[in-house]
Design a binder for this molecule. Structure first.
Ligand code: NDP
Ligand code: AKG
Length: 424
């Protein structure tokens, strides 16, 4: 695969290389637009910031922060902010690029962006977390804004962090700018339904995919990796449709229960302990065994690069719903295709979050707020219509749903690029 950038490492399994390989796979389906393909292989703008804060004990610590705007051809940048000790520029570049594809794939008027801080937020006090968030927001304030680039929650960030970001940006610019971030608390211009929207989108695309392959949700066995915002919300909806959760995994352990977890009890444990590990009514197994669990549906909802070829060869699931961004390596995609496992890729499967973020942004501009029912009905329709178009494209070219999503999205992005022209 060709990588035109001098500042990118050579590790094949890195998220950026995964993304580049996904772009290479779509080029044969782009016709003349393929001459613009290089646009997709470079972020438009990448900002690295130093985030110094005073710790509670009086010492000073510096954190590395990033905000990358991958492509702005179709509108302002959009994408979450991640707090994680493994965050790197290259990872944020890949996450921002997947945002470009995702937003275009569901037809939202956005480009793609993403941000992150290399930090383990669990080691910070509440006040340190607030100071770090505010300093980071001030540092990236030169490129974000309601019409420029709109951050949102991702791994280890939430409504409180979005509230601090909104407040900091508003103080720095001198007027309340609710539209600068989405995923805010409800009384600060947040939208009903946003917290669970990504999990809901995973459920909606999963429901549609299951229907098409003749897999009944009633009684279906589901395994979920990552039991945070996305994984837990998706799990609850599948249980509501009659499915049973037979395995869950997070950093606190891997639990299996063939009869299905008691969701209320599991959720209570997660709220109390911050992880699934102490839940008693299940068998604890070693982490690697998660990939051997007998199940019909697998939902990776943690981090990138989880499904490699070895794991893809062991999976028992018929359907993989990518709640996480970038959970599957390109060679593993090929293995799953050969084995007849259907993958609903991240760039459509987890687009429910950004879709309701878009609703939030629209509601903030009009200062007119919708009911949760209106939001869920609109979300359902957008996801179902987008998946149908992608499915038709996959059938037409006999390609995977991932390459089909890239084909639909890249065509929209590159037409916009071409129509805008190159010169100011
Ligand atoms: N939030 C959103 O709206 C969206 C999120 N996504 C993607 O979904 C994924 C999850 O995000 P989100 O739910 O928001 O994040 P959260 O921080 O809420 O949850 C992440 C979950 O993943 C678990 N986890 C992290 N690393 C591992 C690992 N190596 N093995 C097993 N479990 C692990 C965490 O466990 P622990 O707490 O024990 O570390 C936690 O349960 C990410 O890929 C994110 O980019 C995609 C679209 C939108
Ligand atoms: O809600 C948003 O704007 C972005 C969510 C996100 O980061 C993602 O879809 O990966």
């Amino acid at each position: 695969m060709s990588n035109p950038l001098s500042y990118v490492g050579s590790e094949d399994s890195s998220p950026w290389h995964t993304y580049l390989s996904q772009v290479d796979r779509v080029l044969p389906y782009l016709g003349n637009l393929a001459r613009w393909a290089e646009t997709l292989k470079r972020p438009k703008r990448a900002l690295i910031v130093d985030v110094p804060i005073e710790m509670d004990d009086g010492s000073v610590r510096h954190f590395e922060g990033f905000r990358v705007q991958h492509n702005l051809s179709r509108g302002p940048g959009k994408g979450g902010v991640r707090y994680h000790p493994d965050v790197t520029l290259e990872e944020v570049m890949a996450l921002s690029a997947w945002m470009t594809i995702k937003c275009a794939g569901v037809g939202l008027p956005y480009g793609g962006a993403k941000g992150g801080i290399r930090v383990d937020p669990k080691t910070l006090s509440h006040k340190e977390l607030e100071r770090m968030t505010r300093r980071y927001t001030s540092e990236i304030g030169i490129i974000i804004g309601p019409q420029r680039d709109i951050p949102a929650p991702d791994v280890n960030t939430n409504g409180q962090i979005m509230a601090w970001m909104m407040d900091t940006y508003s103080m720095n610019t001198g007027s309340t700018a609710t539209g600068v971030v989405t995923g805010k608390p409800i009384h600060l211009g947040g939208s009903l339904g946003r917290v669970k929207a990504t999990g809901r989108g995973v459920f909606v695309t999963g429901r549609e995919a299951a229907r098409r392959i003749g897999l009944k949700l009633d009684g279906a066995r589901v395994a979920v990796q990552g039991f945070g915002n996305v994984g837990s919300a998706a799990a609850e909806l599948f249980v509501g449709a009659g499915a049973k959760i037979v395995a869950v995994q997070d950093h606190t352990g891997t639990l299996v229960n063939k009869n299905g977890f008691d969701m209320q009890g599991l959720m209570a444990t997660v709220r109390r302990d911050g992880g699934v590990g102490n839940f008693k009514e299940a068998e604890r197994v070693d982490n690697e065994s998660f990939w051997d669990v007998d199940c019909d549906i697998l939902i990776p909802a943690a981090l990138e690069g989880q499904i490699d070829t070895a794991r893809a060869n062991r999976l028992k699931a018929k359907l993989v719903l990518e709640g996480a961004n970038g959970p599957t390596l390109p060679d593993a995609d090929d293995v799953m295709r050969e084995r007849g496992i259907l993958v609903v890729p991240d760039v459509i499967c987890n687009a429910g979050g950004v879709t309701v973020s878009y609703f939030e942004w629209v509601q903030d501009f009009s200062s007119f707020f919708w009911t949760e029912d209106e939001i869920n009905v609109r979300l359902d329709k957008i996801m179902v219509d987008a998946l149908k178009h992608i499915w038709d494209t996959a059938d037409k070219h006999k390609i995977t749903l991932r390459t089909a999503t890239f084909a639909v999205a890249c065509e929209r992005i590159l037409i916009a690029r071409e129509e805008r022209g190159l010169y100011p």
